[in-house]
Design a protein around this ligand. Sequence first.
Ligand code: SF4
Length: 477
Amino acid sequence: MNTSLFELFKIGIGPSSSHTVGPMRAALRFAQTLDRRFELADIAGLIVDLYGSLALTGLGHGTNRAILLGLTGEAPDTVDPAVIDAELEAIRATGTLYLLDREPVPFTEQEHLHFHREQMYPDPEEPTHPNGMRFRALLADGSVILEEVFYSIGGGFILSAEEFASQQDAATRSVPFPFSSAAELLSVSAKNRLTIAELLLANEVALLDDVSIRRPPAENVSNGTPEERVKAGILAIWRTMEACTELGLKTEGILPGGLRVRRRAPRLAHRLETEGAKDPLAAMDWVTVYAMAVNEENAAGGRVVTAPTNGAAGVIPAIAHYYMRFIEGADDEGIVCYFLTAAAIGILYKENASISGAEVGCQGEVGVACSMAAGGLVAALGGNNDQVEHAAEIAMEHNLGMTCDPIGGLVQIPCIERNGMGAVKAINAARMAMHETEGHKLSLDQVIATMYQTGLDMQSRYKETSLAGLALNVIEC
Ligand code: SF4
């Protein structure tokens, strides 16, 4: 097991974890490497190349903005969304970018940021991941002083070319209860008489001193026992999701990008507040509205938590809101149990398949979020480990084959509504699993393997390229 809950649930900005958060992190890492190995004052130029899905949908997903911000030293979890436009405007107006906010380098998007829409990979001879990018730094005589290739592999995770080749995104981490499959997760839990949430909590405690894992702000997580610190970190993630939802529920207007998509969550929430009491399905409508509120904030480039991606960021908070608002006796302990269990399921997908829409389509984003939320909800409601596994399996089974075809390359249509649908499906899956008294035919491991294989078989134009599906059949206006 190599992934922490705090890497699956990361504070970042919209609209995309793979196309915004990942490239920003890659650009920042490149700038920091330059700073470590050379004098920044010697750098006379920069060239950034984007390939594959990043080139095809990068403008709609804000990849250009993310690259500029990362090079200037901004990180997704600390950048203030309110100042981004002003920072970018300053770079664009002067044609100068300050590397790590210190050294000026000439940079215009037209001249120095290249979108290779016809080329899928940085090295066409070696097909790797469809979200490739290359950074080069030049000296005054035009020679390249540093060149690095990164891949944004989904959920804001990045790998350098070397890490990708060796398939290591971190040193192997030591935890008390490692697991590499759902079957192993169930058997280790049973052998140690632990719930899945308890097992993951013990693993997260063991990772507390790992400085490569970025955690929520220190003031929330620095006190108490190790268990309390992990739980405080989870609650800090949840509070960020709550703040995002709240903002989405009250912010009206048109989303950026040119599609002129109107924010709907505030209007729908108002209707529910005034008429919902008479509606027997109001709880389901609230779940949809919560998910849409988060994804409208994401589409607007606001502060969101990847869960496990930005495009799918609404499902998990929507189910947490559902639990807190509609389940009697719901409390913070239940929320912690929900997130720990959901993370254990997310780790299975991240490590055995993919959470990248560019690699496996939307089944790897909203499908995975739905599966995580279904299993997490079962745990928060007091279900057992087998029911958690069953719910996660049902939820993914009915997302298999879902493509990624955002209109105009924007994370708006179908993404915003799709999160609402995914959240409702998660509740349905949790209820089906908890009402079942006998075993089930398909295992979660089988459905994860099926999802991955289906994703690999999917034509690439259905994987975050905006070359097919809705993106092809709906005229942008
Ligand atoms: S369609 Fe799904 S995978 Fe594609 S951008 Fe939207 S949410 Fe992400």
